[in-house]
Design a protein around this ligand. Structure first.
Ligand SMILES: [Ca+2]
Length: 212
């Protein structure tokens, strides 16, 4: 019996390896950089600045004195996203000293030709790994410092979208009666985490078989 388990192990390893390769082939589309020190891969953005709040090199910046304003990234032909995709970015939101609400109203993304409004009340949006269900994307914990923003483009309220094939315009927007500054750096469209989930399932299956 023991010998048989020993014989099964290498086979299992081969099957697990084959599965990993297959999953990588399906979900292994590379991340697409939208902006790092400049707009990349066909994306456009104009207000590049290199300021004391920069994360590295230059960053994108938007300043407004009142009302609605947005940081807009455009793409003429839309860039492919892997699966549903995650929009990942580093954001530094600096509100006016008298403006005590450190939130971004929402992020609008044109996905497969349709504009979707992403808010924390309707989508999976993480700031430094934490989901805030208050509605808007809050940066209350550390205003004026760089924080990591992740938006799951495939989750939108009760609706689960099919695979995202193209992402067009991206607007990071907010509204206030007072001034605010928004800085953004290292934004990318990265493969959906389902790839990791499949790998985890594959790993668990392998573990179960090894224990038999
Ligand atoms: Ca940069």
């Amino acid at each position: 019996m023991k010998l048989r388990v020993m014989q099964e192990d290498p086979t299992m390893r081969i099957w697990t390896a084959a599965w990993v390769v297959a999953v990588a082939a399906v979900g292994g589309q590379a991340a697409v950089i939208v902006y790092d020190d400049a707009a990349r891969n066909g994306w456009t953005y104009t207000d590049n600045v290199s300021t004391t709040v920069k994360r590295s090199g230059a960053n994108a910046a938007t300043q407004t004195t009142s009302g609605w304003d947005q940081m807009r990234f455009g793409h003429s032909a839309s860039t492919p996203a892997a699966g549903n995709g995650i929009l990942s970015a580093w954001i530094n939101f600096v509100p006016d000293a008298t403006y005590n609400t450190t939130e971004i109203e929402r992020v609008d993304v044109v996905v497969d030709g349709t504009n979707r409004e992403y808010k924390t009340s309707t989508a999976t949006i993480l700031v430094d790994g934490v989901q805030d269900a208050s509605g808007r994307i809050t940066f209350d914990a550390n205003p004026g410092t760089w924080q990591h923003l992740e938006i799951d483009l495939g989750s939108h309220g009760s609706v689960t979208f099919g695979p995202t094939t193209a992402v067009g315009r991206i607007d990071v927007k907010s509204s206030s009666a007072l001034a605010w500054n928004l800085y953004l750096d290292d934004m990318a469209l990265v493969p959906e985490p389902a790839t990791l989930a499949l790998l985890a399932i594959g790993g668990a299956a392998g573990l179960r078989r090894r224990r038999r």
